[in-house]
Write a protein that binds this ligand. Structure first.
Ligand code: ATP
Ligand code: MG
Length: 155
């Protein structure tokens, strides 16, 4: 599958951010880890909604603030589930054992059979897979416009 290894986009509205998620989400495969970074309210969850739409998984995708992770199952059999993770609450815990945490959640889904989409996990989740899509969202003061910068890394 041809794919650009990196890109940037200017995103005037939340709909544009969701559409970027859908565009990139259509290229995801089981075993990929998506690392969403950027400040509070940047639009990471909005982008995850677009990924979910393209992957055709059960919704709704919401901010998983009070749970570490949520599994969104594929509607088509054989297609990968999306596991949406928010590590904000783990940030304080130096060296948090994400794999252990995910294991203890008993997600009933093998990570290698799913696409894992992680907010606030940069620097911690890359070890889950050697196949990553890093997406950084930036926001400037006094405007709704977001900027996205992304990069695929797949062996
Ligand atoms: N261009 C834009 N792109 C994305 N979201 C936008 C944009 N303009 C306005 N918004 C609004 O900003 C908010 C982004 O919220 P969202 O929950 O996606 O952020 P987040 O990065 O996940 O934050 P958190 O770090 O708290 O999880 C939404 O309310 C959305 O409607
Ligand atoms: Mg969020």
């Amino acid at each position: 599958m041809a794919e650009q290894s990196a890109g940037t986009a200017e995103l005037p509205t939340a709909e544009d951010t969701k559409a970027l998620g859908a565009k990139l989400g259509a290229l995801l495969r089981a075993g990929d880890v998506v690392v969403l970074s950027g400040p509070l309210g940047a639009g990471k969850t909005v982008l995850a909604k677009g990924i979910a739409e393209a992957m055709d998984v059960d919704g709704p995708v919401t901010s998983p603030t009070f749970v570490l992770a949520r599994v969104h199952r594929a509607r088509r059999s054989g297609a990968p589930a999306m596991i949406h993770v928010d590590m904000y609450r783990l940030l304080d815990h130096a060296g948090a054992d994400l794999l252990g945490e995910l294991d203890s959640l008993d997600l009933d889904t093998d990570l290698a059979d799913a696409v894992v989409v992680v907010e606030w996990g940069e620097g911690l989740v890359e070890r889950l897979s050697d196949r990553h899509l890093d997406i950084r969202l930036e926001r400037a003061a006094e405007t709704e416009v977001r900027t996205a910068i992304w990069r695929w890394s797949r062996p």
